[in-house]
Design a binder for this molecule. Structure first.
Ligand code: IMP
Length: 497
């Protein structure tokens, strides 16, 4: 007979935290959100930490190179999506690693034969008014000039006017050679009263751009997540099919951590990949695994050597796995059980394995609850897809802006490797995700800044100055439906929020 669990599975909305004594040691300005990313001996340091407990989902509609840079700037890490060719994924990883903080690889470029109409289209889509011109329109092509909004007059110039006739040509532009520091670049920007400094290599090819505003931003990002060479840290998704080719390419490109991306990680295939990675790279390349929702599955991947383990089946906003296949578990219950298993494992073996709640985070306080329940960091898709830095289109519908967001198991992404159960049939026979629009929310920095303030404020309420302390001290209570109603504004007409 099947096993029946008696406890209902619950989600974040069904829990609240009970405040504990707030002391002078845990005011929000003293709270650290630094958290280990990979397994380590209890009481010893981990090889990699996150400065803030955020990981962006391994999804086409979330984690491209722009997200990689933006999230690392705020202390978290992006997992560059694997549902693309090995070459393209490795290129994205390389581009993040090569974006020295403050030096930007230009994503939007023009060719000399493009027209004013193309300039306006890029400006409309991206809000960028400074666009480099390269011979072939590529980010690293031969540098020919720059377009800014000072170069054309919409009232006079026709839309088919060529870029080469509008641009400020290379010879009139102040530039610098690769190898200078960000503060040297900034000195040149100030000295010449310019807004953008192109960095051009000895062959005349565009290397990167330094913007006056980015330098200021760089100073504003004390939490940036950097490796030993002061490059941004970035992760990359991998699967259990082409790992022998994909992983070496990603490692070569500089990925700081790998993450097995699967809707169900409790499989022999994940164990084999983890073992392969650790034996090939002698433990130097780190690999996370998942997703799991039970102690049994956690223990299996922990024994296999996973460096971190992700939790969550069926809770993602775009996910229809529970409806399609009837597998999954309420996200809070899954986190609570796995956190308990992780602590038992640490006691038994002396090894601490960080765990990550993946999927279903809607509100900022869900992040706090996941941390309180024992998670070390959270992975989010919808949350990050709303921002400027996600790779998808911003669209206007009925005078409101939205961003596109689609699941890896949707018809649009067709990431069959994520749902692979080892059969010979290398394609998806049914979908487990949807394609959607979500309200556009602005920049990652602004939104994450507010989220961090909320998380720290709650941790202060709960007497905790670090995530580790929060794990120990948090007291959680399940709430009834009526208490949930009581928690929202009620019995009045709201005038403003
Ligand atoms: P969200 O943060 O609630 O949007 O959930 C994002 C998470 O959903 C990802 O990190 C994946 O674990 C999962 N996911 C991504 N694509 C799909 C899909 O198509 N179906 C089911 N789950 C998905």
């Amino acid at each position: 007979m099947a096993t029946f669990l008696t406890e209902e599975s619950r989600t974040f909305n069904e829990y609240l935290l009970i405040p504990r004594l707030t002391t002078r040691e845990c005011t929000p300005d003293k709270i650290s959100l630094k958290t280990p990313l990979v397994r380590h001996k209890v009481g010893e340091e981990a090889d990699i930490y996150l400065n803030t407990p955020f990981m962006s989902a391994c999804m086409q509609s979330v984690s491209g190179e722009e997200m990689g840079v933006a999230l690392a700037r705020e202390g978290g890490i992006a997992i560059i999506y694997m549902s693309q060719s090995i070459e393209d994924q490795a290129r994205m990883v390389r581009n993040v690693k090569e974006t020295k903080s403050g030096f930007v690889t230009s994503k939007w470029n023009l060719k000399p034969g493009d027209t004013l109409a193309d300039i306006l289209r890029i400006k409309e889509e991206t809000d960028h008014s400074t666009i480099p011109v390269t011979e072939d329109g590529s980010p690293k092509g031969k540098f020919l000039g720059i377009i800014t909004s000072k170069d054309y007059r919409l009232s006079r110039d026709s839309l088919d006017k060529k870029v080469e006739d509008i641009m400020t040509p290379a010879e009139k532009i102040v530039s610098a050679k690769p190898g200078l520091t960000i503060s040297e670049a900034n000195d040149i920007i100030w000295e010449h009263k310019i807004n953008c400094l192109p960095i051009i290599d000895e062959n005349g090819n565009l290397n990167s751009l330094v913007f006056r505003k980015d330098y200021e931003q760089h100073k504003e990002n004390p939490l940036s997540l950097l490796d030993e060479e002061k490059r941004y840290r970035v992760g990359a998704g991998v699967n259990t099919r082409d790992y022998e080719q994909r992983i070496p390419a990603l490692v070569e490109a500089g990925a700081d951590v790998l993450c097995l991306d699967s809707s169900d990680g409790y499989s022999i295939w994940q164990k084999e990949v983890i073992e392969w990675v650790h034996s090939k790279y002698d433990g130097k390349v780190k690999i996370g695994a998942g997703n799991v929702v039970s102690k049994e599955a956690f223990d299996y991947l922990a024994d296999a050597g996973a460096d971190f383990i992700k939790i969550g089946i069926g809770g993602g906003s775009i996910c229809i796995t529970r409806e399609t296949k009837g597998i999954g578990r309420g996200q809070a219950t899954a986190c609570i059980e796995v956190a308990k298993a992780r602590d038992e494992y640490a006691k038994k073996t002396g090894i601490y394995i960080p765990i990550c709640s993946d999927g279903g985070i809607v509100h900022d306080h869900h992040i706090t609850l996941a941390l309180a329940m024992g998670c070390d960091f959270v992975m989010m898709g919808r949350y990050f897809a709303r921002f400027d830095e996600s790779p998808t289109q911003k669209v206007k519908i009925n005078n409101e802006f939205f961003k596109e967001y689609w699941g890896e198991g949707s018809k649009r992404a067709r990431s069959w490797q994520r749902y692979d159960l080892g059969s010979k049939n290398e394609k998806m026979s049914f979908v487990e995700g949807v394609d959607s629009y979500i309200p556009y929310a602005g920049s990652l920095k602004d939104n994450l800044g507010v989220a961090i303030k909320k998380i720290k404020s709650t941790m202060s309420n709960c007497g905790s100055a670090s995530i580790e302390e929060f794990h120990e001290k948090a007291i959680l209570t399940p709430v009834s439906n009526l208490s949930i109603q009581e928690g929202a504004a009620h019995d009045l007409t709201v005038r403003d929020v």
